[in-house]
Design a protein around this ligand. Structure first.
Ligand code: PLP
Length: 449
């Protein structure tokens, strides 16, 4: 048929001309997506999938929202592109800055716009070092981060990411970075019998002493680890970390690129922990991915210090891009107007109840949920809590191919971040699909037919 002819052409051209992250040469199959509506997307052969990854955790309001298309069209018709540079500004960037600082925890009063998460973390790291430089403490260059963290793949953001795959083979990483142990309550046995928070705090205290507080600029962390596996820290971890950092004049950077804009059932995950960082990096959900965008939200003190009498010297071409800002405003209108935070809490809770019995399956170690951010940890051995030799890849593939459900995976866990518009029907489809595949997983990680 014409459809399969066209698909074959696309697949050939994709293999010949397009580079994919994370795809070995030996894999020749492709899934070519051509349209989306709500929580579902459709490929070039006409097959429909439940997008339970919300693309890569971006799609809060669902696919195909005409309100956003109209906002983008209107903005492009009046002023498609302009920069924020020296005294130049634009109306949509100003409106969005007011809007996002109004949503953020009190204390984060200024916005610096980017085109994505990695860019935001680059800016945050530079702001942190520059803050101390401007306060005549230029020796404060060290950045504390955490193992298993993901902050994007820029030079700085990739260096503070804590997964070895982002470092190996890429030459020298950014100097003056230290990776701490991240809290992971499911693997409490790995903390030598100590309470998870106590362990992490002791390690942080010892690290600060060893490096010297007068040499440390900032600590960066995802309030809830996303790529690391939807790992939710104990409730006292962030408040105690924040207090210790503050006592040493070390800035706290929260990477809310995934958790921001309702993913966890609050506007920002910082609210769950009652902690306001000095710098908060956001992206993804700010536009639901309709166009790339991000916002770094900064305290008045940091903003005023890095700006100073000569200005903060770095900016991107697309900082405050008016079309992206107009899309963000329309997207935030939908999140608010449709009470999507409430839906994340309600439908997330419903899913957690439905998925709880997964824990009885031999291959499932843990099910974690906060809002519509879920992780299912897969194990080869439930007692030893060891990971499957294959990681989650065969399960991710079986979910897609057998059940028409798209999720992501890492070596230990399934990462499930559905759109915040997820309804009961789609939640049931997701839960049923997960049961049907996870029941068939062996200790070797393979999925039985
Ligand atoms: N920070 C976190 C927590 C992320 O999960 C990601 C991407 O998944 C990033 C940063 C990087 O964002 P981007 O891919 O937009 O550069």
């Amino acid at each position: 048929s014409e459809k399969s002819e066209k698909t074959a052409q696309w697949v050939r051209a994709d293999r010949d001309r397009l580079m994919h992250p994370n795809l070995p040469d030996s894999r020749t199959e492709r899934t070519v997506m051509v349209e989306g509506r709500g929580c579902h997307v459709r490929d070039s052969s006409g097959r429909k999938y439940l997008d339970a990854a919300a693309v890569l955790g971006v799609m809060q309001v669902g696919h195909g929202r005409s309100e956003i298309v109209e906002a983008a069209t209107a903005q492009m018709s009046s002023l498609e592109c302009f920069h924020i540079w020296e005294t130049m500004s634009n109306d949509k960037a100003i409106e969005l800055a007011v809007r996002v600082t109004g949503l953020a925890p009190p204390g984060l009063e200024r916005a610096y716009f980017t085109s994505g998460g990695a860019e935001g973390n680059e800016i945050a790291l530079r702001m942190a070092r520059y803050f101390h430089y401007r306060r005549e403490q230029p020796e404060r260059t060290w950045i504390l981060s955490r193992k298993s963290a993901y902050h994007g793949i820029g030079y700085g953001s990739g260096s503070v990411s804590g997964l070895p795959v982002y470092h190996q083979g890429f030459g020298p990483v950014m100097p003056d970075v230290h990776h701490l142990t991240a809290p992971d309550p499911y693997h409490a046995e790995a903390y030598g019998g100590e309470d998870v928070t106590e362990f992490c705090l002791r390690e942080l205290r010892e690290t600060i002493e060893r490096i010297g507080p007068e040499r440390i600029a900032a600590m960066i962390g995802e309030p809830v680890m996303s790529v690391g596996g939807a790992v939710i820290p104990p409730p006292d971890y962030w408040p105690r970390v924040a207090e210790l950092l503050r006592s040493h004049g070390i800035l706290l950077i929260f990477d809310e690129v995934v958790t921001g804009y309702g993913r966890t059932g609050r506007w920002f995950a910082a609210e769950h922990f009652g902690v306001t960082p000095d710098i908060m990096v956001t992206a993804k959900g700010i536009t639901s991915g309709y166009v790339p965008h991000g916002a770094v939200l900064v305290s008045d003190e940091v903003a005023a210090t890095v700006t100073g009498s000569t200005g903060f010297p770095i900016g991107f071409t697309y900082t405050g891009h008016p079309t992206a800002c107009a899309v963000a405003l329309a997207n935030l209108d939908i999140i608010e107007g449709e009470n999507l935070l409430e839906n994340a809490v309600k439908t997330g809770g419903y899913l957690a109840d439905r998925l709880a019995p997964l824990r009885d399956l031999p291959a499932v170690g843990d099910v974690r949920q906060i809002g519509l951010m879920l992780g299912v940890e897969l194990v080869a051995d439930k007692t030893a809590r060891t990971q499957l030799p294959t990681g989650a890849a065969p399960v991710v593939q079986a979910l897609r191919e057998d059940e028409g459900i798209i999720v992501r995976g890492n070596p230990r866990s399934l990462l499930i971040n559905p759109p915040l518009v997820l309804d009961r029907g789609a939640a049931d489809q997701l839960a049923d699909g997960l049961f049907s595949v996870l029941e068939r997983v062996g200790t070797d990680g393979r999925v039985r037919p």
